[in-house]
Ligand binder design. Structure first.
Ligand code: SF4
Length: 361
């Protein structure tokens, strides 16, 4: 296929659905790890068109959703400081911390700015030398290269008023943690297309072999997702566990070496706590010691705060693939995109928001 329209072709989608139905003989549980896939699946009703034996469960691949409350509280503490211009992607603004959100602080006059790239935050630091500019560096392997380049640029410019509040997470260790859970039901993964574009397939091949689970990196159009599901079901039915690359137009086996090099130069692997999943060893990135001057946690001596989630929110179970949003008693009642109780309703990649936007119950 050469053109995007072909990845949305209804006739091709129907053919793939028929092939999936023909090869499925038993119940299987497949997790789509990426929030972008969750939104595409729900928006196009793909889960409703599959054979009944196939269950799709949603995973923790929404960076805003897995950022722990403690880190959001640290962001709030920074954003309240009069000398700080706090910068972030827009999705983070309404995510609730223990008591409030960045949006509330901004409404009270806090200098919180939405940026579209971390380099915009570097420019703000150049333009405002008397203030401290902090960028909230959240995300998976996809956003880490841009944040690494921002730190390298700030170092080149000799900036002393720019720093990152880092909450980077890595997908393969989270997949390992989900598979190691005693009550795990996941038998195959729709692997995250954008993450694999950066990281390549090596880690996923090791994971597929070690855990004997099929993995297929997929694009984000309906035909991509159906083609990937077909590859996964064929593997499951035949007892194979391999990585098959559906997203060849973007994913190379070696990934993007330049992006990976920038990340390796600036960050090192660390243990990281995920909202809803708890601490996962070696599942995050932090700045290397030589870049400590750009680390907001060191620079401002931020302290851990006591976390407080809404007691009504079951987003942890949703991020682990154990529950679906309509099973939350607050879904569409106390919790809506306008008045979210949890991050999975706030984020544009969150599962609760996907169901709500598609009017699914
Ligand atoms: S509907 Fe709201 S309260 Fe329920 S799990 Fe989703 S975000 Fe949390």
């Amino acid at each position: 296929m050469k053109h995007l329209d072909e990845y949305r072709d209804p006739a091709l989608a129907r053919k793939l659905l028929a092939e999936i139905a023909a090869v499925t003989t038993r119940p299987w549980v497949i997790m789509e790890i990426c929030g972008g896939h969750t939104h595409a699946i729900i928006r196009h009703g793909i889960d409703l068109l599959l054979p009944r034996q196939l269950e799709l469960v949603h995973g923790p691949g929404c960076p805003v959703c897995v950022t722990p409350v403690a880190l959001i509280d640290q962001a709030l503490a920074l954003a309240r400081r009069p000398e700080v211009i706090f910068t972030s992607f827009g999705d983070m603004l309404r995510v609730p911390g223990s008591r409030e959100s960045l949006a509330r602080i901004r409404a009270r006059g806090g200098d919180i700015r939405t940026v579209y790239s971390p380099l915009e935050a570097v420019n703000l630091a150049v333009q405002n030398p008397a203030q401290e500019v902090v960028f909230f560096a959240v995300g998976f392997e996809t956003t880490a290269p841009g944040n690494a380049l921002a730190v390298q640029q700030a170092a080149r410019l000799g900036l002393t008023n720019f720093s990152l509040l880092v909450s980077h997470v890595l997908v393969p260790p989270a997949i390992g943690a989900l598979l190691a859970a005693p009550d795990n039901r996941i038998q195959a993964f729709l692997a995250p297309g954008h993450v694999c574009t950066v990281e390549g397939l090596q880690d996923y091949e090791a994971m597929a072999a070690a855990h004997q689970v099929p993995m297929v990196p997929a694009g984000f159009e309906p035909v991509d997702i159906l083609a990937a599901i077909l590859l996964l079901v064929r593997q499951l039915e035949e007892g194979r566990a391999q990585v098959e690359n559906e997203y060849r137009r973007s994913v190379r086996p070696e990934g993007n070496p330049a992006a990976r090099l920038a990340v390796e130069q600036v960050f090192q692997v660390c243990h990281r706590t995920w909202r809803g999943l708890g601490e996962i060893p070696a599942s995050g990135l932090r700045l290397r010691p030589e870049f400590a001057a750009f680390d907001a946690q060191c620079k401002f001596a931020l302290e851990e705060t006591g976390e407080m989630e809404s007691p009504q929110c079951i987003s942890g179970a949703i991020l682990r693939g154990e529950s679906k949003p309509p099973q939350c008693p607050a879904f569409g009642k106390e919790c809506t995109p306008e008045h979210p109780l949890g991050a999975t309703m706030v984020s544009s990649e969150g599962a609760c928001a996907a169901y709500r936007h598609a009017n699914r119950q």
